[in-house]
Design a protein around this ligand. Structure first.
Ligand code: SAM
Length: 238
């Protein structure tokens, strides 16, 4: 068993003090990594079932034989790691706005960091996913206007509960149309949400994509003694 609590790194950033810590969680009986912004929890690997399902369900919706994939939001790397498990994936661009998170993966301070960064298919891109989705250049600055087979997004709590109000327009029809412009024909957009499936979200997706599904992903929550749920939307272009 590791020490009960250890602060692995902390940084002053323009948005506040960002820190990485690991602790032994008695309820789960395993080590947990957490990233905090000042006193608020930004993310943790307490529950990662739906993050993994985001990759699995998103890539399963594509019929392409080889896949160029974008993940929006690196976080603790579970979605990116699960995407790499699909042998069809030939390239993976992971866009992350916090340089510290990328660095912690590169230094192997996070459990999946060594594997993610050693995989020659992976590019960790320091940038704003929403600005890139909206731009003419797109997600690959080395190959401007490159189109992708799939974009897997887990940044906001949900399309209606965004981290920053500037993200809200992305989830409207016009924003989704611009994202679709970054995809190949038959391309897939998959989206993680902390909320139950929302009619407004599926309706906006259906304006742009030919096939839209919402999947409720449930998992055991030892803290409540019950089951918790997240939603994964998958949307496929014609
Ligand atoms: C919930 S976490 C992603 C968790 C990830 N799916 C996993 O499996 O661990 C969201 C991530 O998005 C990053 N982020 C926030 N705003 C962003 C933006 N505008 N562009 C890119 N990344 C952003 C956060 O720093 C954080 O690392």
């Amino acid at each position: 068993m590791s020490a009960r609590f250890e602060e692995l790194d902390w940084r002053r950033t323009p948005i506040g003090l960002v820190s990485l810590r690991r602790r032994w969680d008695r309820t789960l009986d395993r080590e947990v990594h957490e990233i905090k912004l000042d006193d608020e929890f930004l993310m943790s690997d307490l529950f990662t079932v739906a993050e993994v399902e985001l990759a699995r369900l998103g890539l399963a919706a594509s019929s392409a034989a080889e896949l160029d994939v974008v993940v929006g939001g690196l976080g603790l790397g579970y979605t990116a790691h699960a995407a790499l498990a699909d042998p069809r994936v030939r390239s993976l661009h992971v866009v992350e706005s916090l340089g510290e998170v990328i660095e912690w993966h590169r230094r192997g301070l996070l459990p999946l960091g060594a594997e993610l960064t050693a995989d020659p298919r992976t590019r960790l891109v320091h940038g704003d996913f929403f600005a890139m989705a909206d731009s003419g250049t797109g997600f690959d600055v080395e190959q401007p206007r490159r189109r992708f087979h799939a974009v897997l997004l887990d940044i906001d709590h949900s399309p209606k509960h965004v981290l920053d109000q500037s993200h809200a327009g992305f989830y409207e029809v016009e924003g989704l149309r611009r994202l679709a412009g970054q995809l190949r024909p038959g391309g897939v957009f998959a989206l993680w949400s902390d909320d139950p499936p929302q009619e407004e979200v599926t309706a906006a997706l259906a304006e742009v994509f030919a096939t839209v599904r919402s999947h409720v992903v449930t998992f055991d929550n030892p803290y409540t003694g019950g089951r918790s749920a997240n939603t994964v939307y998958t949307a496929v272009l014609e």
